[in-house]
Design a protein around this ligand. Structure first.
Ligand code: XIL
Length: 553
């Protein structure tokens, strides 16, 4: 039996509701796969207990990004922050990097919210997936009403892409460059009457390669994605997207991945459909990555009577489906093509599905409203764990081992204060390279790295780092040390400075070891934690190499 389901990101009949959430109409109703059961499951009368969740850190089980979409309110909600830092390795801004948020008038860009999110991410060892440079939805009115010929539209779009991608160059892992440019039948959105895309209408399909080309020119290292909904089950639509990718590749236009949004309903689509769709992306040559960018699993089958409770039995069905989806991803997508898996929200209460497509109670995510973990989190984790992605050493003592030798890059070490930090290829304690710290204007300035979550309470660590003054003829003899700065955040706002190595007087000419044993006595998750090396003399430049921390036996 076939069932008509509305799977698009907006629904015409509820336009008035959606205005409030900044979304506009999507005109298409599309058919859902055949095998969807429409019989509502009977509610068990007495809900049994929810199954136990023992996951200590989802991200610790994966060797690819485990992401979560977050609202602006994350920045002031410490309960939310704790869960994000504990379980996820990547953030997507749910709304604050969209066209309307970032470009409110033709001559004004608003970077404040994105800046704040990036600072939070960087302070907490999270990478960021940029969402989104070009989309037909959530665009400012001035853009929608823009008048000009094709060239003017291209220039306007390229200016948007270039300005934002340049602003964040080097700081993002990935960008959704273009979102939702296809119809369900695989044609371009805007190519048929009633479709809606100012970009297609005013520029034609070339807006897509143009946007990718501009993004690449602005940020040479970020991975560039095409992102869309229903690709996880609609093969006509995915075929259209793959044709576009093939054409872009043939024309030398950069594209690194396809994002499957994956706003889906429990047990629908079925896993064999999901696997077949993933396989199509995996088979693209030259290879590109596949990322699940916006996963949520709605418990209400649209059209059925709305569920009023989330029972233990339903939670088990959802847990199994999360397990199956993650397992399918790991089965089908080879390691070098895994862009990661992002869930679209942290707790059920914060999910957009509470008001989209109509206000309904929903339970689509991995955490309950109060941020306690759901069985779905266990399902997700069990699939990761079964695949043994991380070596046992790393899972047992997730962050007990820390080593930077600066041989390939700065390994996320960066400047503290006004200092500059660069990779030095002419000096090394061991190997070929080290880090050069220069341009300091105060004692506390130097080189630092965020290490939130690295230390476990009541463990002792052996700490070692090597330093050398950059000027062999220098007559200054600064005292140098490695310190851990922990900030406990909004609650009490305290900052602690913990000496990881005893201060050592450094004389020019030789590499000098900084060593110490550090006992971690703090049991709370820090708001921010940074390791840093400083020098008691204000302006001296120095090299740092081979920073290592091991669990003391
Ligand atoms: C949604 C957000 O979650 C809502 O808060 C907002 O009101 C509307 O947009 N596809 C996308 C996302 O690419 O940007 C959408 O996010 C969900 C559908």
């Amino acid at each position: 039996m076939k069932k008509l389901l509305i799977r698009s990101a907006c629904i015409g009949t509820i336009m008035s509701l959606l205005t409030a959430c900044g979304i506009e109409e999507h005109p298409k109703n599309v058919e859902f796969p055949d095998n969807v059961s429409v019989t509502p499951e009977p509610e068990p009368e007495v809900p049994e207990e929810f199954s136990e969740v023992t996951v200590t850190s989802l991200k610790a089980l994966a060797n690819f990004p485990i992401g979560v979409a977050v609202p602006e309110s994350l920045l002031t909600d410490t309960a939310h922050q704790d869960v994000v830092i504990q379980h996820f390795s990547q953030l997507t801004s749910e709304n604050d990097m969209k066209m309307d948020a970032m470009h409110p008038s033709e001559t004004t860009f608003n970077f404040a919210k994105a800046d704040a999110l990036l600072s939070f991410a960087e302070a907490n060892n999270l990478t960021v997936h940029g969402h989104v440079l070009v989309w037909h939805n959530q665009i400012p009115d001035w853009m929608r009403n823009f008048s000009g010929d094709t060239n003017a539209w291209v220039a306007m779009m390229e200016n948007h892409v270039t300005t934002i991608a340049t602003k964040y160059a080097g700081r993002l892992e990935t960008w959704d460059v273009v979102n939702e440019a296809f119809n369900e039948d695989g044609s371009y959105r805007g190519s048929a009457a009633g479709d809606d895309s100012v970009w297609y209408t005013n520029i034609g399909e070339s807006f897509i390669p143009k946007a990718f080309t501009a993004a690449r020119a602005a940020d040479p290292d970020v991975d560039l994605y095409y992102n869309d909904y229903n690709l996880i089950w609609n093969s006509d639509k995915l075929d259209g997207v793959i044709q576009m990718v093939n054409d872009m590749q043939a024309d030398g236009v950069p594209i690194d991945g396809i994002g499957f949004q994956s706003h889906i309903t429990v047990n629908s689509p079925d896993i064999s459909t999901i696997k077949a769709q993933m396989q199509k992306v995996v088979d693209i040559r030259p290879k590109i990555k596949l990322k699940i960018t916006e996963l949520d699993v709605r418990m209400n089958n649209e059209g059925d009577a709305a569920l009023t409770t989330f029972t233990a039995a339903r939670a088990e069905v959802q847990k199994q489906y999360y397990f199956d989806i993650v397992e399918a991803y790991l089965d089908i997508v080879p390691e070098d093509q895994r862009g990661g898996i992002t869930v679209w929200g942290t707790n059920d209460g914060g999910s957009w599905l509470q008001y989209f497509p109509v206000p309904t109670v929903e339970w689509p995510l991995l955490f309950n409203d109060d941020f306690t973990p759901k069985p779905s989190l266990q399902g997700f984790a069990d699939a990761l764990e079964a695949a043994n992605l991380v070596s046992p050493d790393e899972t047992e003592t997730p962050a007990a081992f820390f080593n930077t030798d600066f041989e390939t890059d700065l390994d996320s070490w960066g400047p503290r204060g006004d200092a500059s930090v660069t990779l030095e290829t002419t000096e090394a304690h061991a190997g070929n390279n080290s880090a050069l710290v220069a341009g300091r204007t105060a004692n506390w300035q130097g080189i630092s790295k965020s290490v939130v979550g690295l230390f476990t309470a009541d463990e002792s660590y052996n700490v070692s780092a090597w330093v050398k003054l950059s000027d062999d003829a220098s007559t200054v003899t600064p005292s140098m040390k490695l310190t851990l700065e922990i900030n406990h955040g909004a609650g009490d706002g305290t900052t602690e400075y913990l000496e990881m190595t005893a201060p050592v007087t450094v004389t020019a000419g030789d590499w000098v070891a900084l060593t110490g044993t550090y006992n971690h006595t703090i049991s709370t998750v820090a708001n921010s934690a940074n390791l840093y090396v400083e020098a008691s003399e204000t302006t001296v430049d120095f090299y740092v190499d081979d920073i290592s921390i091991t669990l003391a036996e």
